[in-house]
Design a protein around this ligand. Structure first.
Ligand code: 1CP
Length: 342
C-alpha cells in the first residue's frame, strides 16, 4: 500500500523534504493513558508483546494521539535472547530479568540461532501484518532489534546494570566464547529482521543502547563487525543505527551500509558532521529531560536543534522518552516540528 505520509522514508533516503519528520523512541508506552489502561488489564508486559492484536493497538496509539510521522512496533529487543533459549521476565518497577544466563562456551554452544531462533517469533511478524493493515498507509512502520553487543549484555548479566561489568568481564576472560555468542546473536538478528521486512516494516532501527560502556578499542572488536554484518545483510528498506554513547565510533559508523545514524544528546551536531563525511542522515537528539521544561523552552530548543543539524535530519530524542513525561510537553515537541518548514 502506498504511504500517505512518507516523510520519514524520503528523509532517510536523502531526498529533499519540506520539514524534518518527527517521532520519539519509546513513544508506545507509559506516557500514554491509553497504553496504561491496556497494560493494567493484562497479566503483564509479555502478554502485550506476545498478543499481536494488542501489540498492534499500542503501536498505533501514539500515531492517533501525538500525530507523529512514524509508528514503531511495540515489542522488545529481549525477544531475541528468548528465541535463542533464554527466557526473560519483566519485573514490575525493576525491569527485565533472566532466570538463566550465559557463563561459559558450552552454554553458548547449546543456544539456538539463525533461522531456528527467528522462526520462534511468529507473534512479532503477525503483529507487523496487523499494524500495516490498521495503519492503512497513514505513516511508515519501524521495526527494530538490539545490536549484538547490547543483547549480549543482557544474556550475560541477566538484567539491566549501571556498569554491565559481568558482560565486560566475559570479553576479557572468555573472548572466544564472547565472539561465538555475538555471532549467534548476529545470525539470529539477521533472520529476524529479514522476516520483519518480509512481514511489511518500512524501516529498520538497530539499538546499541549500551555502546557507551565499551572502550573505543573494544567497540571496534566486539561491536562494529557484528553491526556491519547486519547492515550488509538487510536490504530493501532504509536502516538506522543508534549506538548510544558511541560518539567515539562515529567514523566507523560512517562506513556502515546504513542510511541513518541515531545520536544521543551528548553528541553535538557539529561534532557529528565533522566525523561523518558520507551522506548519512542524523536522527535525534534532544535530552529526554527537556520534556520536563516549560513549553517555550521546548520550542526554542527544538528549533535550534533543527537549525544545527540542517537538512537530512529526523527529529527525535537522544534516548527513549521517560514514562513520567507530561503528555502536553510531548505534544509541544511534536507540534513544534510539524509547524516548521525549511
Ligand atoms: O510496560 C512497560 O512499561 C514496561 C517497560 C517497557 C516498554 C514500554 C519495556 C521493558 N519494553 C518496552 C517497549 C520497548 N522496548 C519498545 C517499544 C517501542 C517504542 O519505542 O515505543 C522498544 C523500542 C524497546 C527496546 C528496548 N528494550 C531497548 C532499546 C532501546 C532503549 O531504550 O535503549 C532496551 C535496552 C530494552 C530492554 C528493556 N525492556 C524493558 C525495559 C524497562 C528495558 C530497559 C532495561 C534497562 O534499563 O536495562
Amino acid at each position: 500500500m502506498k504511504l500517505k505520509n512518507d516523510l520519514l522514508l524520503r528523509t532517510a533516503k536523502g531526498e529533499k523534504v519540506e520539514r524534518p519528520p518527527v517521532w520519539l523512541m519509546r513513544q508506545a508506552g507509559r506516557i500514554l493513558p491509553q497504553y496504561r489502561a491496556i497494560r493494567q488489564s493484562l497479566s503483564g508486559f509479555k502478554e502485550l508483546v506476545q498478543t499481536p492484536a494488542l501489540a498492534a493497538e499500542v503501536t498505533i496509539q501514539p500515531v492517533d494521539e501525538l500525530g507523529v510521522d512514524a509508528a514503531i512496533l511495540f515489542s522488545d529487543i529481549l525477544v531475541i535472547p528468548e528465541s535463542m533459549g533464554l527466557n526473560y521476565e519483566l519485573i514490575e518497577k525493576k525491569g527485565p530479568w533472566f532466570p538463566k544466563t550465559i557463563t561459559n562456551a558450552n552454554e553458548v554452544a547449546a543456544l539456538s540461532s539463525g533461522a531456528a531462533a527467528a522462526d520462534n517469533l511468529e507473534y512479532v511478524y503477525e503483529a507487523i501484518k496487523i499494524c500495516k493493515t490498521e495503519l492503512a498507509g497513514r505513516v511508515p512502520l519501524i521495526g527494530f532489534s538490539g545490536a549484538p553487543w547490547t543483547i549480549f549484555c543482557y544474556m550475560i548479566e541477566g538484567s539491566g546494570s549501571k556498569t554491565f561489568s559481568k558482560a565486560k568481564r566475559f570479553l576479557y576472560t572468555q573472548p572466544e566464547a564472547a565472539h561465538a555468542l555475538l555471532q549467534k546473536i548476529t545470525d539470529s538478528t539477521i533472520h529476524y529482521l529479514q522476516q520483519k521486512v518480509n512481514a511489511g516494516i518500512d524501516l529498520v532501527q538497530v539499538f546499541d543502547s549500551w555502546a557507551g560502556i565499551l572502550s573505543p578499542a573494544q567497540y571496534q572488536v566486539f561491536a562494529i563487525p557484528y553491526i556491519r554484518q547486519i547492515c550488509d545483510a538487510i536490504q530493501g528498506v532504509p536502516m538506522t543505527v543508534f549506538c548510544k554513547g558511541a560518539w567515539f565510533a562515529l567514523e566507523a559508523l560512517d562506513q556502515l551500509d546504513c542510511q541513518v545514524l541515531g545520536l544521543d544528546w551528548n553528541t553535538q551536531a557539529n561534532f557529528a558532521k565533522q566525523k561523518v563525511t558520507s551522506n548519512k542522515v542524523f536522527q535525534g537528539n534532544a535530552d529526554p529531560c527537556l520534556l520536563y521544561a516549560p513549553a517555550k523552552e521546548i520550542e526554542q530548543t527544538v528549533l535550534s536543534m533543527i537549525e544545527d543539524f540542517g537538512t537530512g535530519h529526523i527529529v527525535n530524542l537522544g534516548h527513549g522518552v521517560y514514562p513520567d513525561t507530561p503528555l502536553d510537553n510531548v505534544k509541544t515537541f511534536v507540534n513544534t516540528v510539524k509547524n516548521f518548514s525549511y
